[in-house]
Design a protein around this ligand. Structure first.
Ligand code: G4P
Length: 195
């Protein structure tokens, strides 16, 4: 998606060869116009999948997910990383290990909002090792629902997440795919444009 790639080139900051800082438009301050266009793009890509629910994880997945939900006209659910005071019973849960933070967290979603017959689109901001997306897919499976696809804003293709997810048979669509962050430069995977 050219708009997202331009934004990354103009406003992203390469912290080191593994980490891209996008605090000014995704992770802290958010760009509503960009989010709206991202929502439209996910809707265009996944429209034929008969999506009934979108599932993301707090916090940075929520903005693009809600915009995609608006376009596809389906509800959006975010998995929680922390326990909710009011949401205590009847939860599906999965363990997610973060290589970045070197800690395991439990993610949860209520069994009220995803169930048998749902076609779920999973959306998240970054794909690094893929553990968050795999945890979300596990929640969907525990709900006896179908993972119709995984939509990612920024895939770091040099990390193992994308291959891990594709090897599990999921349809993965990433709007920007980063080949390398070497030498403080962002290099994208070259896409073959089919006309
Ligand atoms: P994984 O799910 O793909 O295995 O990723 P990992 O555990 O390594 O990532 C942990 C957190 O770091 C996630 O956010 C993820 O989005 C974020 N992250 C991974 N790589 C990058 C990067 O290059 N740049 C930035 N800015 N973030 C990255 P989180 O802690 O869940 O945060 P949030 O969603 O609450 O913002």
């Amino acid at each position: 998606m050219e708009l997202l790639k331009d934004k990354i080139l103009n406003d992203g900051i390469v912290l080191n060869e593994n980490v891209l800082k996008v605090d000014s438009f995704i992770n802290h301050q958010m760009d509503p116009f960009l989010m709206k266009e991202i929502g439209k793009e996910f809707a265009r890509i996944f429209r034929e999948e008969n999506i009934t629910k979108i599932l993301t994880i707090e916090s940075s997945g929520i903005a693009p997910a809600i915009m995609a939900g608006l376009e596809l006209e389906v509800p959006v659910i975010f998995a929680r990383k922390r326990q909710s005071l009011t949401l205590t019973n009847d939860l599906f849960s999965a363990e997610v290990y973060s290589y970045t933070k070197q800690e395991t967290s439990k993610i949860t979603v209520s069994n009220k909002y995803i169930g048998k017959g749902d076609n779920v689109l999973i959306i998240d901001d970054f794909l690094a090792n893929g553990q968050a997306a795999i945890g979300l897919a596990e929640l969907v499976k525990k709900a006896n629902a179908n993972v119709s696809g995984i939509g990612i804003l920024i895939e770091k293709s040099f990390q193992p997440g994308a291959d891990t997810i594709r090897a599990k048979g999921y349809r993965l669509e990433s709007l920007a795919r980063i080949l390398s962050l070497q030498d403080k430069n962002v290099q994208f995977v070259e896409e073959v444009i089919q006309k």
